[in-house]
Design a protein around this ligand. Structure first.
Ligand code: NAI
Ligand code: MG
Length: 335
C-alpha cells in the first residue's frame, strides 16, 4: 500500500527537518507518495499566492499532511499560513504530547503531559481593527459548539487512553463571558466522564504551578492562545522545542507538524533537531494505521537518544541534522 501524503516543507529549518524525516520514514520500507507544495513567502514568489490552490486540493484528496514550519511576518504582511490551514480544514484539535525521551538531561525527569489546544477560535480568528489611530482591538471569539467539541475531544482521548485527569486552563475571572463559556461547556462534558478527574486552573497561576511541579497535571485543555504559550513553556520540561510534536486534527483531515517555528537563527546550518517533526511523523504513522512502523521508528529514536553519540546541539550533542537522521536510520535497520 502506498500512502499519499501532502508534504509542506516550509521555510527556515523546515526543509532541513522535513528532508531528514522523509529519509527516516522511507527507510522503514513503507511506500509514500509525497505531494510536495510550497507555502508562505516562497509560494508567493513563485505563484503570487501564499497558499496555492493545488495545496488545498492535495489535502482534500490525501486528508493527511506532514508540515514543516512556515515563517509568519510580525506586524503587517500576510496572515499566518498555519492558522489559515487550521481554519480552512477545521482542524479544531491541536494534540501535543510532552514526554521525555531517554538520555536527555532535564530538571524534570519523567514528565508525561498531554496538551490539547483549541485550534480554530479565540483571538486567532484574526478579527483585528485599528478603530482610530492609536487604538486597536482584537476580537476573541468563543462558541458553545467550538468549546464543546474540543472538550469532548479531550475527554474522549482520556477515556480511550486511560488518562486520569484533565485541567481546563482559563482566565474566566477576567474574560468572564468568553472563558466563562468555555468553562460552562467543559463542565457539562466532564460530567459525562466520571472516570476522568476534572479541575480548573487560571492560566497565570498554571504557569507557576507547571514550573514548580508539572507532575500535578495529566492533561491540559486550553483555548488557542493559552495553548500556544503553555506548549512552548512545557517543551522545556523535555529538552526544548526541538523535541515536541504536534497533530492538528479535524473530522476530515489531519496536519502533523512540530510545535516549533522556522527557527531563523539556526536555519541553513544543518544543526536543527528533526526530532520534533519525527515524533509528529510517528503520530502520523499511527493515524495511517501503521502502528508497527511507528513503534519501530520510536524504538530507533529512543536508541539514538540512549546512546547519546549522535545528538544535535540543542540537546547537548554536536551532530548535524543529517548525521542524527543517519543514526536513526542505522538504528532502524537493526530494530
Ligand atoms: P521558533 O520555534 O522558530 O524558535 C524558538 C527557539 O527554539 C530558537 O532559538 C530556535 O533556534 C529554537 N528551535 C526551534 N526549533 C528547533 C529545532 N527543531 N532544533 C533546534 N532548535 C530549535 O520560534 P520563533 O523564533 O519565535 O519563530 C520563528 C518563526 O516561526 C516566526 O515567523 C513564527 O511565526 C513561525 N512559527 C511557525 C510555526 C509553524 O509553522 N507551525 C509555529 C511557531 C512559529
Ligand atoms: Mg507556538
Amino acid at each position: 500500500k502506498t500512502h499519499a501524503v501532502t508534504l509542506i516543507p516550509g521555510d527556515g529549518i523546515g526543509p532541513e527537518v522535513t528532508g531528514a524525516v522523509i529519509r527516516i520514514l522511507e527507510a522503514t520500507g513503507l511506500k509514500f507518495a509525497w505531494e510536495r507544495y510550497a507555502a508562505g513567502a516562497e509560494a508567493f514568489e513563485k505563484f503570487k499566492t501564499y497558499i496555492p490552490n493545488d495545496l488545498y486540493e492535495s489535502v482534500e484528496r490525501t486528508r493527511v499532511a506532514l508540515k514543516g514550519p512556515v515563517t509568519t511576518p510580525v506586524g503587517g504582511g500576510f496572515a499566518s499560513i498555519n492558522v489559515t490551514l487550521r481554519k480552512k480544514f477545521d482542524l479544531y484539535a491541536n494534540f501535543r504530547p510532552i514526554k521525555n525521551l531517554p538520555g536527555i538531561k532535564t530538571n524534570y525527569p519523567g514528565v508525561d503531559l498531554i496538551i490539547i489546544r483549541e485550534n480554530t477560535e479565540g483571538l486567532y480568528v484574526g478579527l483585528e481593527q485599528e478603530i482610530v489611530p492609536g487604538v486597536a482591538t482584537a476580537l476573541k471569539v468563543v462558541t458553545e459548539k467550538g468549546s464543546t467539541r474540543i472538550a469532548r475531544f479531550a475527554f474522549d482521548y482520556a477515556r480511550k487512553h486511560g488518562r486520569k485527569k484533565i485541567h481546563c486552563i482559563h482566565k474566566a475571572n477576567i474574560m468572564k463571558l468568553t472563558d466563562g463559556l468555555i468553562l460552562r461547556c467543559t463542565r457539562k462534558i466532564a460530567e459525562e466522564y466520571p472516570e476522568v478527574a476534572y479541575g480548573e486552573h487560571i492560566v497565570d497561576n498554571t504557569c507557576m504551578q507547571l514550573v514548580t511541579n508539572p507532575y500535578q497535571y495529566d492533561m491540559l485543555l486550553l483555548e488557542n492562545l493559552y495553548g500556544d504559550i503553555v506548549s512552548d513553556l512545557c517543551s522545556a520540561f523535555v529538552g526544548g522545542l526541538g523535541l515536541v510534536p504536534g497533530a492538528n486534527l479535524g473530522e476530515h483531515a489531519a496536519i502533523f507538524e512540530a510545535v516549533h517555528g522556522s527557527a531563523p537563527d539556526i536555519a541553513g546550518k544543518d544543526i536543527a533537531n528533526p526530532t520534533a517533526l519525527l515524533q509528529s511523523a510517528i503520530l502520523m504513522l499511527r493515524h495511517l494505521d501503521e502502528d508497527q512502523a511507528a513503534d519501530r521508528v520510536h524504538a530507533a529514536l529512543e536508541k539514538v537518544y540512549t546512546e547519546q553519540k549522535t545528538l544535535t546541539r540543542d540537546v547537548g550533542g554536536n551532530a548535524s541534522t543529517n548525521a542524527f537522521a543517519d543514526a536513526v536510520i542505522a538504528a532502524l535497520e537493526i530494530a
